[in-house]
Ligand binder design. Structure first.
Ligand SMILES: [Zn+2]
Length: 345
């Protein structure tokens, strides 16, 4: 008999990634299959793209639709309710209120010739599910994941392997909690955040979204820096900071050290509520392809050193703060894993 598999589709506004796991949770392939989401062509085109992408993934790995026993879909929030898109600036206005769960379920049933169980969830949460499975190994540790990138993704994965979702599927939006500004020596008004809150969201101090503000502040201290004189767009300037820091540029190093301190205080804050055994840090600052081991270790060291004094003694001795392993694949694999876990209940 052919082996059962569970598919994960991770759909962003521009590209969709495809993955799958066996019944034991192992990923079928670590090769990334990625296709355009085609959201500008409307709802039907997006669904067709997902079905075609799964077909392509199956063909590449010599698998059949008959082996598929569940599908997971990772999509960015916010949601109106389970499986229904809310208003989001990253998708066409016509997607607001779209019951993607029902439409994808129908398309999957048509393609497979039988109904297939579908789970739909937040992409950051599903990424956390996949990283947590690796991080905890054979232990029952609960895992908190923080992913600084363009924004700050966050997830808490309990001992059951699933992510905390909350009653309005907005649980663990931890990037929009206030940073501990009183401990950071910042002056002036808190940085603005894309979410609209004015209390100084952690996301604005730990991710690319706030780098323009951090750079402007830092250039006051380094008026002769190359970036002070450059006429390049601010976006280009801030995206150059990661490689500058790895070459020892003092301004860039200070900026990431500051971001790491903010993250350390945030970790301590969240640990007071969640008490996880393991904290996984992901995102672009932990990307093995574009960062050096020294860069990653320096960031993690500062996170640990900043968090530790605020933890309980027992936590100081036992908590692990480690880098993520799966990179771009985590959310698609996580979606497949949630489909697998749901099939067991
Ligand atoms: Zn915010």
């Amino acid at each position: 008999m052919s082996k059962k598999i569970y598919i994960g589709t991770d759909s962003g506004a521009t590209t969709t990634k495809f993955s799958a796991v066996w019944e034991n949770g192992e990923a079928i392939s670590t090769k990334l299959l990625q296709r355009p989401t085609s959201s500008e062509k409307g709802r039907a085109a997006v669904i067709n793209g997902w079905i075609d992408g799964i077909g392509e993934f199956l063909a590449q790995n010599n698998l059949q639709w008959s082996q598929v026993h569940g599908v997971g879909l990772a999509i960015p929030g916010p949601y109106e309710r389970y499986g229904v898109f809310g208003k989001t600036p990253n998708l066409p206005a016509s997607f607001s209120g779209w019951d993607v769960y029902s439409d994808y379920s129908a398309a999957l049933a048509k393609q497979a010739g039988r109904p297939l169980p579908l789970v739909v969830g937040n992409d950051g949460n599903y990424g956390g599910v996949a990283e947590a499975r690796l991080a905890r190994g054979n232990t029952k540790a609960s895992v908190m994941m923080l992913m600084p990138g363009s924004g700050l993704g966050a997830a808490f994965v309990g001992t059951d392997g699933l992510a905390l979702e909350g009653d309005t599927i907005a649980g663990m939006e931890a990037g929009h909690m206030p940073a501990a500004l009183h401990l950071l020596g910042t002056t002036g008004k808190p940085f603005p955040c894309g979410c609209g809150r004015d209390w100084g969201c952690v996301e604005a101090y730990t991710t690319i979204s706030g780098l323009p503000h951090l750079l402007v502040e830092k250039l006051l201290k380094y008026p002769d820096h190359e970036l002070a004189k450059s006429a390049a767009p601010i976006k280009e300037k801030v995206l150059s900071l990661r490689s500058r820091a790895q070459k020892g540029d003092a301004l860039a190093v200070e900026i990431f050290d500051f971001q790491a301190r903010v993250m350390g205080l945030h970790v301590a804050n969240l640990v007071m509520a969640l008490d996880p055994g393991i904290v996984v840090i992901g995102g672009g600052l932990m990307d093995h392809e574009v960062t050096t081991p020294e860069f990653r270790e320096r960031y993690l060291r500062i996170v640990r050193e900043t968090a530790t004094p605020y933890l309980w003694p027992q936590q100081r001795d036992t908590i692990k703060i480690i880098p993520a392993e799966l990179g771009d694949l985590s959310q698609a694999i996580g979606a497949a894993l949630v489909a697998l876990y749901q099939s067991r209940t």
